[in-house]
Design a protein around this ligand. Structure first.
Ligand code: SR1
Ligand code: MG
Length: 395
């Protein structure tokens, strides 16, 4: 009897933990590509778009991303092509050439099953969770500023030959579905209205109306949207918020590159700094210090600028002029990202996990007013050590 029981148990130990069709496909792909292990597979993700699995064999762990033909956040509203994973894989491939130390190792891409397998990073946590828990990462600004400088400059039209740059821009221009999401969710819906938008109502209603009825705000956002769609300056991650970064105290890795697109250099920087500022604005509600988070934004910019200047070798264009343009657009994009995370469809835990409604409202009101100011007055702020402090006071 004991023997039968042991046989029964060992038989089931060979079968993955979760037997959904998707999980079964993950299991099949793994057995094909990395044979010789007994994989225990479980779903561990909670993102907006894909399913994430941890495959755990005794001696080996692999993280697998499985794309379905819709976004998990809302299958009916967001049908999505599985090919987004191809662009994610291609973006990792370019990052492998420009800044390999800041991404996970990629093991395989299985186009047929829509699966991307990569290094399981442990004990890494999603940066957003770490920041909201008050963890201070001593190397984070330097890691991310360097990542921005290297990944953006080394894939740009200022560095690559025209042939290479055109080939890259052409390839990523086919990531149309993801570009359309950015176009709608970041640049259109929050500023021009959409039934998908939601916010803390009625408290924020007046501010939302003010933003959506301000022709100056709309003209600036429209201009940035046009620039995003028509200026393939460098490879942008496309979704570089604090949920797309894994950290330990001394390591930082950028993940989730499925929105990758050739776009203006400022796009990634604006989104990332906006998410630091969002965390800073929410800090009080989470019982954490805000100043370090504002400094994180400032230090990340400084590290980006230093890296970018160091790499710049373009005699026809002044690096100062280019950085000035990137800076002003970055500020406007910070404003755009803060607004879309407060009144668009996809919000962040920074604000949404605040239980005290009055406190949440006051933080969101401050965020909206700061963001609007950034969009309208970006020209007035010069990139110096005090810029983010001024921002804080202005908000
Ligand atoms: C339909 S996807 C919603 C959001 O999730 C991603 O992380 C992007 O930020 C996108 O806007
Ligand atoms: Mg993501």
């Amino acid at each position: 009897m004991l023997e039968i029981c042991a046989l029964f148990c060992s038989f089931f130990a060979l079968i993955p933990f979760d037997l959904t069709t998707e999980c079964q496909q993950v299991h099949t792909a793994l057995e094909e590509k990395i044979p010789g292990y007994v994989w225990n597979i479980r779903e561990i993700g909670d993102g907006n778009i894909n399913y994430i699995y941890l495959a755990d064999a005794k001696e080996k762990k692999v993280l697998l991303k499985k794309a379905l033909d819709y976004a998990r956040i809302n299958p009916e509203k967001f049908p999505l092509p599985i090919e987004r994973l191809f662009f994610e894989y291609k973006a990792y491939t370019l990052y492998q050439g420009s800044c390999p130390e800041r991404i996970p190792e990629i093991y395989f891409y299985d186009q047929g099953h829509g699966i991307l397998a990569m290094q399981y990073l442990a004990p890494h946590v999603i940066l957003r969770k770490g920041l909201l828990a008050g963890v201070k990462y001593p190397d984070l600004a330097e890691h991310l500023g360097t990542f921005l400088g290297k990944s953006l400059y080394l894939t740009s039209c200022y560095h690559l030959s025209e042939t290479e740059w055109c080939a890259n821009a052409d390839l990523f221009s086919k990531n149309v579905a993801m570009r359309n999401i950015i176009e709608s969710l970041n640049f259109t819906d929050p500023f021009f209205g959409s039934t998908l938008n939601w916010w803390t109502s009625p408290e924020l209603d007046a501010q939302v109306l003010e933003i959506q009825n301000d022709p100056k705000v709309q003209a600036i956002v429209q201009a940035l949207k046009d620039k995003f769609l028509t200026f393939p300056e460098a490879l942008c991650h496309g979704d570089l918020h604090t949920g797309s970064i894994l950290t330990t105290e001394n390591d930082t890795r950028v993940i989730d590159t499925e929105f990758a697109y050739y776009a203006p250099i400022s796009f990634d920087i604006g989104m990332l700094l906006a998410n630091f500022i969002t965390a800073a604005l929410a800090a009080k509600a989470h019982g954490i210090e805000s100043n370090w988070l504002f400094c994180l934004a400032e230090d990340t910019w400084n590290s980006f600028e230093k890296t970018f200047r160091g790499l710049w070798k373009n005699p026809q264009l002044s690096v100062d002029d280019k950085l000035q343009e990137i800076w002003s657009d970055t500020l406007r994009l910070i404003g755009i990202e803060i607004i879309r995370r407060t009144i668009g469809v996809a919000h962040n835990a920074d604000f949404e996990s605040i239980a005290d409604r009055n406190l949440k409202v006051s933080i969101e009101q401050r965020a909206l007013s700061l963001a609007r100011k950034l969009i309208l007055e970006a020209e007035k702020l010069v990139p110096n050590a005090k810029a983010f402090e001024i921002l804080l006071k202005a908000g």
